[in-house]
Write a protein that binds this ligand. Structure first.
Ligand SMILES: CC(C)(COP(=O)(O)OP(=O)(O)OC[C@H]1O[C@@H](n2cnc3c(N)ncnc32)[C@H](O)[C@@H]1OP(=O)(O)O)[C@@H](O)C(=O)NCCC(=O)NCCS
Length: 191
């Protein structure tokens, strides 16, 4: 199996990378500061989710999963790498005949409306397609999450259907709109 270096993607305003466990306090701070903003869009979180200890463990798991090829959990940092602005998580990577993954993301409330998630996902999707050579990225959103739907549309994700009672968000099973984006290289060559 190929051993890949940990990714570090630079965009105009951001650095995207896997954080080291020693940076756990930066993630915990992002999660604490954005608790109210993110609660209605995410699964119910245990209290530990907002602690440094939880993120020391979770960041170690993320590096292990990247190395084993099952996820790519990128953290969006400001250009001087002092603040976590958001996360772009590619999970459930399945190879074989599927070659696909799920995408989930979250941006700090005070950084919305600046095109930062679009900038991040343009770079990270390209990494997933060009470097990992996956065929499909799937991303799903609740119909009332207009910002998320608009973002996916701008990125080129296409609506493929709806799933009833799809994910348990903030304690309630929620219907979702299902979208995906195909690897442009695979569409052009059809192989
Ligand atoms: C979904 C989410 C990431 C979208 O954030 P966002 O900032 O709206 O997304 P974008 O990066 O696409 O930015 C678009 C906005 O920036 C503006 N913008 C400014 N400069 C821009 C630029 N250079 N390029 C693109 N957009 C720019 C756009 O006009 C748009 O603003 P508007 O919403 O006022 O029309 C964010 O709302 C979020 O984290 N929500 C909570 C978690 C969540 O919903 N996760 C997804 C679950 S499916």
């Amino acid at each position: 199996m190929k051993v890949r270096p940990l990714p570090r993607l630079a965009t105009e305003r951001l650095i995207l990378k896997l954080l080291e466990p020693s940076d756990a306090s930066l993630m915990a701070r992002f999660r604490r500061e954005n608790k109210d903003h993110l609660t209605r869009w995410e699964p119910t979180r245990p209290l530990e989710f907002y602690t440094d200890g939880f993120w020391q463990m979770q960041l170690r798991v993320a590096i292990r999963e990247f190395r084993s090829g099952s996820s790519v959990c990128l953290v969006m940092m400001d250009s001087v790498e002092q603040e976590v602005l958001g996360v772009c998580n590619y999970t459930n990577i399945v190879r074989g005949t599927f070659q696909s993954c799920h995408l989930g993301y979250a941006l700090a409330g005070r950084h919305q409306g600046q095109g930062l998630m679009h900038e991040a996902l343009m770079a990270s999707n390209q990494f997933i397609f060009d470097q990992l050579e996956l065929h499909r990225i799937m991303a799903n959103y609740m119909p009332r999450n207009q910002r998320s739907g608009d973002l996916l549309h701008r990125l080129g994700f296409v609506i493929e259907g709806e799933a009833r009672s799809f994910l348990k968000i903030n304690g309630k099973w929620e219907d979702h709109v299902l979208t995906s984006m195909l690897n442009p290289a695979h569409i052009q060559s059809s192989s």
